[in-house]
Design a protein around this ligand. Structure first.
Ligand code: NAD
Ligand code: DAU
Length: 345
């Protein structure tokens, strides 16, 4: 396999590369070539994959290309130069709050970028395309029930609307042109290298510094947390064992309210609950997500390997050892957004 993985300098993509080159229990051998194609936005960080490039670049198994999935020229050149046969698309603008602040880059990358990739895949005879999508395309659940792959798409935010649009384009390229496409839809990931705009690393960073912890609304919104490695397992199984045109849900079966998660981090850091500050709610805030991953279990043999207790411990241990990483990713653009967004709450 000669794979182009887009967005692999970000949180999940970087973890996916380590999983791909590690002892994952799915592949007997690492792929012949992996090209990490990333635009290096505020969320992309070459240091996230440094250990991997140190180990595999010399063996000509791993290459980094600085590129934008919305650039036809850059995408086509890369597919051609490296004789790629497989594409996995992690690249996206991924933060809901930023999409509320400004939807434009979300349409540009998540919608247009996906179409540019799909068209290039057709042109260069790519054998398999995996789109990494999200449970947010289904909208919000009430108290009961789970999202299945047949739950109607009902996105709430500009981010989730852009991901749902991309999903529809991916499926259309399968039906119209016969491209072998597959979609993974996953719940909330946590783990090493997650950018500190997302709940868990944000609360960790602020709690460590003794700062106020912004909890949206009543703090009772529920997310189904999955350790990032289990998401990587789902994506790899979809690539290897999934059906063309298939859509697969992945989750961790670990529903927790936001306030539970925040209190757990405070306990781990020995910090007081008085730091918790309830702030103005996120507009269009989805109340609850929870995934039914029975189809992935049946067709792909997927079962999460990590419990929430084990995963959150590993995650918080990683952040404790890597406070320098947290500081290093806080660029000017990040600080600007944080002060604007939280300044208004
Ligand atoms: P992230 O924001 O941490 O990383 C995104 C990466 O994509 C960065 O390296 C960035 O530089 C790159 N990128 C952005 N625009 C690009 C472009 N135009 N061309 C090339 N590269 C570009 O995101 P993440 O949390 O790792 O999410 C990865 C994917 O998984 C996304 O598609 C997201 O929608 C999906 N997803 C995320 C979660 C989650 O909980 N984080 C859950 C389900 C699905
Ligand atoms: O469900 C999958 C999705 O999970 C992915 O598709 C997205 O890319 C990813 O960002 C994530 O989206 P969420 O909006 O669920 O994640 P976030 O970490 O931003 O927020 C998690 C919950 O915590 C949500 O209910 C909002 C709340 N929250 C978040 C922040 C940043 C707060 O209460 N305070 C905060 O400061």
């Amino acid at each position: 396999m000669r794979i182009m993985v887009t967005g692999a300098c970000g949180f999940i993509g970087a973890n996916f590369l380590y999983f791909l080159f590690g002892n994952n229990g799915v592949l007997d051998n690492a792929p012949e070539l992996v090209v990490n194609f990333d635009k290096l936005t505020y969320a992309g960080n070459l240091d996230n994959v440094k250990a991997l490039s140190d180990k595999f670049a010399d063996k000509k198994q791993y290459v980094f290309v600085h590129g934008d999935i919305a650039s036809k020229e850059q995408v086509e050149q890369t597919l051609k130069d490296y004789q790629i046969d497989t594409v996995i698309n992690f690249a996206a603008e991924s933060h809901v709050d930023r999409s509320i602040d400004d939807p434009t880059p979300f349409i540009q990358t998540n919608v247009l970028g996906t179409q540019v990739l799909l068209s290039a895949c057709l042109k260069f005879g790519i054998k398999r395309f995996v789109q990494v999508s999200t449970d947010e395309v289904y909208g919000s659940l009430g108290k009961d029930g789970l999202f299945t792959e047949t739950t109607p798409l009902d996105p709430s935010s500009p981010y989730s609307a852009s991901k749902a649009s991309a999903d529809l384009l991916v499926l259309a390229f399968g039906r119209t042109y016969g491209l072998d496409v597959r979609i993974t839809r996953c719940s909330n990931n946590y783990g090493p290298y997650q950018f500190p705009e997302k709940l868990i690393p944000l609360i960790f960073r602020k709690a460590l510094a003794g700062e106020k912890l912004p909890v949206y609304g009543d703090g009772l919104n529920v997310r189904d947390w999955i350790y990032v490695e289990d998401h990587c397992l789902g994506v790899l199984l979809t690539l290897v064992k999934g059906k063309a045109g298939g859509v697969y849900n992945f989750g961790g079966s670990a529903e927790r309210s936001n306030i539970e998660v925040v209190k757990l981090i405070l306990k781990e850091l020995n910090q007081p609950e008085s730091l918790i500050t309830y702030v103005k709610d996120r507009p269009g805030h989805d109340r609850r997500y929870a995934m039914d991953w029975a189809l992935a279990h049946k067709e792909l043999g997927y079962t999460p390997r990590w419990t929430f207790e084990k995963g959150i411990k590993a995650t918080l241990d990683w952040y404790k050892k890597n406070t320098a990483w947290l500081e290093s990713v806080e660029s000017g653009a990040y600080l600007e957004f944080m002060s604007k967004w939280y300044g208004e709450r």
